[in-house]
Design a protein around this ligand. Structure first.
Ligand SMILES: Cc1cc2nc3c(=O)[nH]c(=O)nc-3n(C[C@H](O)[C@H](O)[C@H](O)COP(=O)(O)OP(=O)(O)OC[C@H]3O[C@@H](n4cnc5c(N)ncnc54)[C@H](O)[C@@H]3O)c2cc1C
Length: 398
C-alpha cells in the first residue's frame, strides 16, 4: 500500500504541472498562513469589515485566497482554468458558490443562476456535471418542517410546491442537456426532505443513465444502511443509482445540535469510525457497479488508495465509467492530477462568483485547511518538494 502511495501521489511534477513557480510560491505562503488559526480568525474579521465598508480590498483577496480556490468571477471568466484542467484530463464541475438571500426572489435568482451555469457548460466535454445545493432553492426552515413531517400551513404548502417545481426543473434541464446533476447533501435534520426529492428524481430520470446523482455523507452512522436501501430500490425499480460519496461537512453543527436538544448524535463515534464507514460504503457500491455509479468526493489518500486497490483486485479498468474521483479546486492537486495521469476519471469542483459574494466560501476553505489535521502540512510538504525539484533540475515554470 505504502509503495503504491509513493508511486502515485508523490509525483509532484505531474501534480503541479499547471502551476508556475509564482503560483506555487503563492500557494505555499497561503497554506502557511492559513495554518495559523488566530490569523485566519483575525483576517476573516478584518476582510468582512473592509468589504462592508467598501474598502478596496478585493484586489488583495483576489491575489491570495480567491485565485487559489476559485476559477473566476463568472462561468465565462473561468474557462481558461477549465481548459487547462481539461488538457490534464480533468473535468470541471462549475459551482456558483454564492449564498443567495433566503427569500422567494433569492431562490428564483439561485435557480436562474444555476440554469445559466448549466447552459454555459452544456455540450462541453470538460463539463459533464452540474451541481446545486437544495437550500439555494428553498428555505431551510421549510426543508426542516418537511423532513420532520410537520404539518404545513397553506402558505408553506405553496412555498414547498415551488421548491419541488424548481427541483424538477433543474433535474429535467440536466437530462435535456445530457448533463449529470449532483444534488449536494446538507444537515441531517433537513436531509430526509432532500433524500425524498432525489430518490423520486432518480427513479424518474435514471432509467438509462445515472443523470441525477445523490450525495451520501458517511460521517452519519446510519448511512451504510441507507446505501443498502438505495441499492435495493435501484434494483427493484430499475433505475441507475448515482452516488456522490463524501464524509460530510457539518460535523460541528451536527454535534452541537444533538447536544443542545439532547438526542444521540447521528455522527460516527470518531474519525476512525467515519473512515471505516466511508470505506465500507465504497466497497458496497463497487460490488453493484452494474446498477451504481460512484463519485468519490474526498481528499483522503487512504480511502482513494483503498478504492484503487479494490479496482485492481476486481480487474476494473482505471477509466471505468461508473467510478469517478472528485476534489475541490485549489486543494489536493497531487491526488487529482496523478489520478488523471493514470487514466482514472477525475473531476474538480470549481467554485466561481464575484469576489465579494464568494467570500464566505473562501473563509470556509481557509478554516477547513486550518482544522483538517495535516491537510495544509501535506500541501506544504508537496509544494516545497516541487519547488526544490524545479530548482535542482532548472525546470522552467509551467
Ligand atoms: C467533490 C466534493 C464534493 C463534496 N460535496 C459535499 C456535500 O454535498 N455535502 C457535504 O456535507 N460535504 C461535501 N463535501 C465535503 C466532504 O464531506 C468533507 O467535508 C471533506 O471532503 C473532507 O473529508 P475527506 O473525505 O476529504 O477526508 P478527511 O480529511 O480524511 O476527513 C475529514 C472528515 O472526516 C469527518 N470527521 C472528522 N473528525 C471526525 C470525528 N471526530 N468523528 C467523526 N467524523 C469525523 C468529517 O466528515 C470531516 O469533514 C464534498 C467534498 C468534495 C471533495
Amino acid at each position: 500500500m505504502k509503495k503504491m502511495k509513493q508511486n502515485i501521489f508523490e509525483n509532484t511534477q505531474v501534480a503541479f504541472q499547471l502551476k508556475s513557480n509564482f503560483e506555487l510560491r503563492r500557494a505555499y505562503w497561503l497554506f502557511r498562513l492559513i495554518q495559523n488559526r488566530s490569523l485566519v480568525n483575525v483576517g476573516k474579521r478584518l476582510a468582512h469589515w473592509a468589504l462592508k465598508m467598501r474598502l478596496p480590498v478585493e484586489g488583495l483577496i483576489r491575489a491570495t485566497v480567491f485565485n487559489q480556490f476559485c476559477s473566476g468571477i463568472s462561468a465565462v471568466a473561468s474557462q481558461p482554468i477549465v481548459s487547462r484542467l481539461g488538457q490534464a484530463q480533468i473535468v470541471s464541475v462549475l459551482a456558483y458558490s454564492v449564498e443567495g438571500t433566503a427569500s422567494e426572489a433569492g431562490f428564483e435568482d439561485s435557480l436562474e443562476k444555476t440554469l445559466a451555469t448549466m447552459a454555459a457548460q452544456k455540450g462541453n466535454p470538460n463539463h459533464p456535471y452540474s451541481v446545486f445545493k437544495p437550500t439555494a432553492i428553498g428555505a431551510f426552515s421549510l426543508f426542516e418542517k418537511v423532513a420532520q413531517q410537520e404539518e404545513l400551513t397553506p402558505e408553506e404548502k405553496g412555498a414547498w410546491d415551488r421548491v419541488c417545481q424548481r427541483f424538477d426543473r433543474l433535474c429535467q434541464q440536466a437530462v435535456d442537456w445530457q448533463m449529470q446533476l449532483f444534488v449536494d447533501a446538507e444537515e441531517s435534520w433537513i436531509q430526509p426532505a432532500i433524500d425524498a426529492l432525489v430518490e423520486k428524481a432518480m427513479k424518474r430520470h435514471n432509467s438509462q443513465q445515472p443523470w441525477i446523482i445523490t450525495t451520501v455523507q458517511m460521517y452519519r452512522h446510519d448511512r451504510l444502511d441507507y446505501l443498502k436501501y438505495l441499492i435495493e430500490k435501484a434494483h427493484q425499480q430499475n433505475f441507475y443509482l448515482g452516488v456522490k460519496l463524501v464524509r460530510g461537512a457539518y460535523i460541528e453543527k451536527e454535534n452541537e445540535r444533538a447536544q443542545q436538544l439532547g438526542y444521540p448524535s447521528p455522527m460516527c463515534a470518531d474519525k476512525a469510525a467515519t473512515d471505516a464507514n466511508f470505506d465500507a460504503g465504497v466497497a458496497l457500491l463497487v460490488a453493484h457497479l452494474q446498477r451504481v455509479k460512484l463519485f468519490m468526493g474526498s481528499h483522503n489518500e487512504d480511502s482513494i488508495l483503498k478504492l484503487l486497490a479494490l479496482m485492481q483486485a476486481k480487474k476494473l479498468p482505471n477509466n471505468h465509467p461508473h467510478i469517478w474521483f472528485g476534489q475541490l479546486y485549489g486543494m489536493s492537486d497531487h491526488l487529482s492530477f496523478n489520478l488523471a495521469d493514470r487514466g482514472y476519471n477525475v473531476a474538480k469542483y470549481v467554485p466561481f462568483g464575484p469576489i465579494r459574494d464568494v467570500f464566505p466560501y473562501l473563509i470556509r476553505r481557509a478554516e477547513e485547511n486550518t482544522s483538517v489535521a495535516g491537510q495544509s502540512l501535506r500541501e506544504l510538504e508537496l509544494i516545497s518538494k516541487e519547488l526544490n525539484r524545479r530548482a535542482a533540475t532548472r525546470d522552467v515554470a509551467a
